[in-house]
Write a new protein. Structure first.
Length: 568
């Protein structure tokens, strides 16, 4: 033993980071730096927030007491708004289904078809609702048909993208089994694809219905009938008590829509899909199969549940519920079509004006103000970056407190969820109007509006993401003596980081479009030039602005897709 040499020590070596990993870190730091620089350039700081809070309090005193119109008028305006929103959402769902199937890698006909379908989705998502409504009004004239078509076309971009992702994530084994039996493509889709994606499709359409209700407020500023138009008229004549009273009606509608859509999801979707589409995945560990449980962790049927008589009664109950829901849905659709004043003759007459109207947008032109447009586009990008960063900074603690597996108590989680729901119920345009009146015209109002509005959506996504995480790593650290804060940063946050990055980039994509539209109420950015060019019928300038915004949106989307691929 004495002749043996010393035992060489082995030092633990960390794996070298890959170039792709370093590149993603550099990109994320660059985006974070750009967002921080945007807040500094726009002079968004603690002092600005404090001053804005005081000015908003002064505005609240100026708008009180609220001046509500008669109940009959409120019901009429609400009916007009809901009719347009429901018809547009249903039409977009019908149009999105074939487009998404052709865009999905596993169900498309060929590469060319897939690229064309994806281009349709991207273009529909990038075109601002405001421009689509202006074009639709020039083609079909004033009325509900133009608003329905414009909102539906834009919604195809959102629903189509999410539905495409859902189709690509299915288990291809079921579809393959159907195909080997000699089934046609249509039969393969109906039997092997649709049952798997239906829960996600229902949840996506209901979510879009909620978003379209908020969009209707924006479109009211360009003549779409309903609550949005009356709010616009009240703000234009500086009648803040009436305008904010109607905004409160919209807020109540948004909250009710959120609650109703959640209830519908729980009724229509099976328990497993409901857990994923509604409240998020369960945070409990999987149950090991035992004699008392099935392989999926559920309890087996009791002996009396397997009796033929009981099975027959349950089948009749399910069939009766499905029939009742179908009848109610059909009646609602017919009522909404009547309330939206849809006219087939108006569509047939308008098709002859489509090409001449589109020809007015070609070729794109700058109108001699390209420098101003570039500056305004950069301002819009800064508003979106600053608003997203500000929103995430506020949404992260709200989401942590709203997550049932991390909140100090169920009461705190419930109250935090309620706060997030309340913020999400206020359309960004209403927030922009409030901040413009309180802080003055300019990008500060737009940034604060998007920052506060982002809390509602990011807060919910953060809470749902944290609830879906595997609790094992966090539990292990707590068992080793780590504090809850240490366990959160070392285990929970590291697990959730890829999903959180995806959520933030998606919100940035949404905020770029929102920042464009907020310019119509003086919140800064390129939206000001967009609405002015539309009013004076400089459609070549409108086309140029659309292409500029499209370039920014495509850049952000490409960045998000690449980062999701790297971080997953």
């Amino acid at each position: 033993m004495s002749g043996a040499g010393p035992i060489p020590s082995r030092r633990a070596t960390l794996p070298r980071p890959s170039p792709t990993g370093l590149g993603s870190a550099v990109v994320l730091l660059a985006v974070l730096g750009a967002a921080t620089a945007s807040l500094i350039h726009l002079r968004i700081n603690v002092a600005t927030l404090v001053d804005s809070a005081g000015l908003c309090a002064d505005f609240v005193r100026r708008m009180l007491p609220l001046d509500f119109p008669p109940v009959a008028e409120i019901l009429t305006l609400t009916g007009q708004t809901l009719s347009i929103v429901v018809c547009a959402t249903l039409l977009s769902a019908v149009l999105s289904l074939p487009v998404a199937v052709l865009a999905a890698t596993n169900t498309t006909l060929n590469t060319t078809t897939r690229m064309v379908a994806r281009a349709v989705i991207v273009l529909a998502r990038a075109l601002p609702d405001l421009v689509l409504v202006i074009v639709a009004f020039r083609v079909f004239g004033l009325g509900g048909i133009g608003a329905v078509l414009a909102m539906a076309i834009h919604s195809v971009g959102m629903i189509g993208k999410l539905f495409t992702d859902a189709v690509e994530d299915i288990d291809d084994g079921v579809r393959t089994a159907v195909r080997v039996t000699g089934a046609s493509r249509t039969q393969q889709f109906v039997a092997g694809v649709l049952p798997q994606v239906l829960p996600s499709f229902v949840a996506t359409v209901l979510h879009r219905l909620d978003i379209n209700l908020r969009i209707s407020v924006v479109l009211g500023f360009v003549g779409v009938a309903g609550l949005g138009a009356e709010i616009a008229h009240a703000i234009q004549r500086l009648d803040y008590p009436r305008g904010m009273a109607l905004a409160l009606v919209v807020f109540v509608l948004c909250v009710v829509m959120e609650v109703v859509s959640g209830s519908v999801r729980r009724v229509l979707l099976p328990p497993r899909a409901r857990r994923f589409a509604g409240r998020g995945r369960s945070t409990q560990a999987p149950v090991a199969p035992t004699a008392a449980t099935l392989p999926d962790g559920s309890a087996p049927l009791k002996p009396d549940a397997a009796r033929p008589g009981r099975r027959k009664r349950e089948t009749l109950r399910v069939n009766w519920r499905g029939t009742a829901l179908t009848v109610v849905a059909a009646v609602l659709v017919l009522a909404c079509a009547r309330g939206a004043d849809l006219s087939l003759q108006q569509i047939l007459d308008g098709r002859h004006h489509l090409l001449p109207v589109l020809d007015q947008f070609l070729p794109p032109s700058s109108g001699g103000i390209m420098g101003d447009l570039l500056d305004a586009l950069w301002t819009t990008t800064q508003i979106a970056l600053g608003g997203t960063l500000l929103g995430f900074a506020l949404a992260l603690p709200c989401g942590v407190l709203a997550a049932r597996n991390l909140a100090p108590s169920p009461t705190v989680a419930f109250l935090s969820r309620g706060l997030i729901l309340a913020i999400r119920g206020v359309p960004e345009l209403i927030l922009a109007i409030v901040f413009v009146i309180a802080t003055g015209l300019g990008p500060v109002a737009g940034t604060l509006a998007l920052g506060l509005g982002s809390v509602g959506f990011l807060g919910k996504l953060v809470a749902d993401t944290l609830e879906e995480l595997d609790p094992g790593p966090r539990t292990a650290l707590l068992a080793l003596g780590a504090t809850p804060v240490q366990a959160f940063f070392a285990a929970t946050l590291r697990q959730a980081l890829p999903a959180l990055v995806a959520h933030v980039l998606h919100q940035l994509d949404v905020n770029v479009r929102s920042a464009t539209l907020l310019g119509i109420v003086g919140a800064g950015g390129i939206g000001y030039y967009l609405i002015n060019a539309s009013r004076v019928q400089e459609f070549g300038v409108v086309a140029t602005i659309i292409l500029m915004v499209l370039g920014v949106v495509l850049t952000i989307e490409g960045l998000a897709v690449w980062l999701r691929r790297v971080l997953s």
